[in-house]
Write a protein that binds this ligand. Structure first.
Ligand SMILES: [Zn+2]
Length: 321
C-alpha cells in the first residue's frame, strides 16, 4: 500500500542509532539529551497551542529521575538530540485520581509537582492521534520497551534476576549468560471483503455498538496468510481465499505489531465463535459511509488512530493499492 506508513505510529524515520546503544550512559549525561518520563505506561505530554500534544521531556539532572531506580532506554536521535525514556512508575502521586490507571479506558491525568502546570501523564491510546509522527514513534517505542522491562525482570532460562544492557535494548543474565531481547508479537488484522461488503465483528467487552475488523495472534510455525484464514474461519465461520498484505502498525498495548491484510471471502454465511465474538456481520460501503459520517446509530466505527479505522477508510476510498 503506497501510503501505508501514514497510519498512526507509522514510521517517522527516527534514527534509532543502534550503534550508539553501548555508549548510552555517556550520551545521557550530555546536557542536550532529552528524557521522556513514562509513569505506569503513560508518557509525559504537554498541550500545544492548538488541539495537538507534544512530548514532555526533562534533562538528565531532573529531580524526577533521582527519586528511584527506574529503567532508562536510549530511543535514538531526533533533531540533533539524543532521546531517552525513563520509567518513573515508582512515583506515587498524592491526592490525584488514579482509579482508572491501567484500565482499557483511562481518562485520568497525573501531574508531578516538579513539572510545569501543563505537563501531564496521559494515556497514549487516547492521545496518539494528537501527536506528530515523530512524537508518536518515540512514545510508542518508549511504552513498548519499558513495558517489556517491567514484566521481564527475571531470566527465562534460569530464573535469576537479569540486568539492563545495550542502552535498554537487551537484558543480560549474570547467572547463566543468556541475553533477552524486547518482544514484539505479530497480530493479523484483516479486511475481509466480498464485493461491496466487509466483514466486521465485535468482542463481548467492547463499548456498545462498536464493530471493527477481526484480528488474532499469528501462531508459531504459521504464515501470516494462514493466520488470516484460520482466525476468520475460527471466529466467524467464513472461508477466505487470496490474502494480501497492506500495512503494519506498532501497537504497544503492550507489545503487538498489527499486520493489516486484505482477504477475499469465499463464503458469506457467518457462524460465530461466542467466546471470541459477540456478533459479526457483513456491512456494505454505503452503510459504512453512513456510520463514519455519524448518520447511523446502528454501528459505532473503529476508533481513529487504530489500523482498523485506517484500512476501512482506504477501502471506502478505493485506495488499497
Ligand atoms: Zn539466566
Amino acid at each position: 500500500m503506497k501510503d501505508a506508513e501514514r497510519v498512526t505510529f507509522g514510521g517517522s524515520g527516527l534514527d534509532r542509532a543502534a550503534e550508539a546503544r553501548r555508549e548510552a550512559d555517556a550520551l545521557a549525561g550530555d546536557g542536550s539529551a532529552r528524557i521522556l518520563p513514562v509513569w505506569k505506561g503513560k508518557p509525559l505530554l504537554r498541550a500545544a497551542s492548538d488541539a495537538s500534544l507534544v512530548l514532555g521531556s526533562v534533562g538528565p539532572d531532573s529531580p524526577l529521575l533521582a527519586e528511584g531506580p527506574g529503567t532508562r532506554v536510549f530511543l535514538g536521535r531526533s533533531e540533533g538530540r539524543a532521546w531517552f525514556a525513563a520509567d518513573i512508575s515508582h512515583w506515587a502521586p498524592e491526592g490525584q485520581d488514579t482509579a482508572t490507571v491501567g484500565a482499557f479506558h483511562d481518562p485520568s491525568e497525573q501531574r508531578h509537582p516538579a513539572l510545569p502546570e501543563g505537563d501531564l501523564f496521559r494515556e497514549l491510546r487516547a492521545a496518539m492521534v494528537r501527536l506528530t509522527a515523530r512524537d508518536a514513534e518515540l512514545a510508542a517505542t518508549a511504552r513498548g520497551v519499558l513495558g517489556w522491562h517491567h514484566t521481564h525482570g527475571f531470566c527465562a532460562r534460569c530464573g535469576g534476576p537479569s540486568e539492563v544492557s545495550e542502552g535498554g535494548w537487551q537484558r543480560l543474565c549474570p547467572s547463566c549468560g543468556a541475553r533477552h531481547f524486547p518482544r514484539t508479537d505479530p497480530v493479523a488484522i484483516m479486511l475481509v471483503t466480498d464485493g461491496n461488503s466487509v466483514l466486521l465483528g465485535r468482542s463481548p467487552h467492547w463499548p456498545e455498538g462498536m464493530f471493527s475488523l477481526l484480528a488474532g495472534f499469528v501462531e508459531p510455525g504459521e504464515t501470516l496468510e494462514a493466520a488470516v484464514r484460520r482466525e476468520v474461519l475460527e471466529e466467524a465461520g467464513v472461508r477466505v481465499g487470496e490474502v494480501s498484505y497492506l500495512a503494519s502498525q506498532p501497537w504497544p498495548f503492550p507489545s503487538s505489531l498489527m499486520l493489516g491484510c486484505h482477504g477475499q471471502a469465499l463464503s458469506r454465511e457467518i457462524v460465530l465463535d461466542p467466546v471470541e465474538l459477540e456478533d459479526a456481520r457483513w456491512v456494505t460501503k454505503e452503510e459504512l459511509l453512513a456510520v463514519q459520517a455519524g448518520e447511523s446509530t446502528r454501528l459505532r466505527p473503529a476508533r481513529p488512530g487504530a489500523i482498523a479505522h485506517f484500512l476501512l477508510e482506504r477501502w471506502l476510498a478505493d485506495r488499497l493499492d
